[in-house]
Design a binder for this molecule. Sequence first.
Ligand code: AMP
Ligand code: MG
Length: 522
Amino acid sequence: MQNKLQFQHRFTAQLPADPVLNNTPRQVFQACYSWVQPKTTAAPKLLIFSAEVATLLDLTPEDCQSTLFTDVFSGNALLTGMQPYAMCYGGHQFGHWAGQLGDGRAINLGEIKNNEGDFWTLQLKGAGETPYSRTADGLAVLRSSVREFLCSEAMFHLGVLTTRALSLCTTGDAVWRDMFYDGHAANEHGAVVCRVAPSFLRFGNFEIFSARNDLETLKQLVDYTIQTHFTHLVSDVMTDATYLRWFTEICDLTKTMIVHWQRVGFVHGVMNTDNMSILGLTIDYGPYGWLEDYDPDWTPNTTDAEHHRYAFGNQAHISHWNLMKLAQAIAPLFEDVSALQQVLDDYATAYKSAWQNMMSTKLGLNSCPEILVAQLFDNLQLCETDMTIFFRSLSNIKQHQSAQTSLNTVADAFYSLPLTQETQGQWLAWFAMYTQQLQHEGSDDNARKKSMDLINPKYVLRNYLAQIAIDKAEQDDFSMLHELLDVLRFPYAEQPEKQTFANKRPEWARKRAGCSMLSCSS
Ligand code: AMP
Ligand code: MG
């Protein structure tokens, strides 16, 4: 393994380091990162690894099963060439500037260049304190680490841009957590996930220097980011035009990411600007959730229960707000900010058009009358309707069948049957409109089913499934963890023997902690 992983040091070699080497929580100025060391643990144990991510690093399953692998990816050993560091960033949390945050429990081990020539940064989450840990311990618990591991990989296989997860280890150390911030703290199992991404830079990495009026470091970081991760934009001299093209691409990547979230029914839960990747990757899997019954106002995050700022239906709006904060942060680099403002102003229109295109494909249509979509989303809320099952079933509709037959085709998506007369009437009207549109387009039933089944997943990481995997893992049974990873590797395939994972949420999970409500405690 040592020979296969060749470390590069682009981030740390090209950007200013914090000269102070102690790990006490403190403000770090004029530096993009601090040197840190992962914490050694009592009894590291590998629970699971992702073979696909290992391949990205040119590692074989045998490499991943070695003792060295467990030692390295639980924070107990460093390979030659690893130079661990924690990044300095700030962020807007729930709409308010929070000052310096930073990698409080994430430790970057280094960046490798694989045989294909691609660069990947390896990062341990939960490997101990850094100068950015503030009042917390730098650790992570098993339940949140299972959630991060499974969801990163599930999202990747769904075709959503995301950070990846290489491995999940338990540490053998106990971690003290008050899961619901209600005075019932208890010891939990400590765990470490190794995350992998081309870069873990967030909007907040840029905001911190702007907020401190440290424009020199801001420019250094922006130039580095463009030269390293947006190489096609590099010009001899960095001008307003270069920065503008860069910001335009970030808007585009962010837009694409959010459209995918809306497509698969993913609610991030904490879209603070420190949780927004500069590469448009889904990052920081905390109190996220998956829509079961379609409800745009739903958020799984109990910290957001009052305002629903990060609810499913608000994610596009929040992404725009976050981009505005990023634009404000980089504005000092521009001589004239009017073009930057224009790109920002265009975001809502660009998003709407991308979302409409996505909805058309989700419905198997070439073009989609607005009324059809508007009516659909009204209907989905008339009675509890499972979003995933509904869209998956829709591909079975034949354009010449009756509205009643169509309704029967999707009936499995409804949480309670029979529907009221009124609801049934609304659905029949909608199906009549839908099949009429299919006929109008001269749609081919078979071809449409094929293409719809490639974008409407059958399997998503249902909240209660993740919770069962966690409950079992806490009892030392990792079978469900492995089984879920396997199923979620092929979310668009039928996998008849795994049908139970595609079923509706059972009634017991409706209000159970971890299944429908999560706190930020992790
Ligand atoms: P999050 O809500 O997970 O995105 O984290 C927000 C900030 O809190 C980031 O700076 C994290 O690094 C930090 N943080 C979260 N949990 C911990 C922890 N257990 N120890 C240290 N820092 C943490
Ligand atoms: Mg975060």
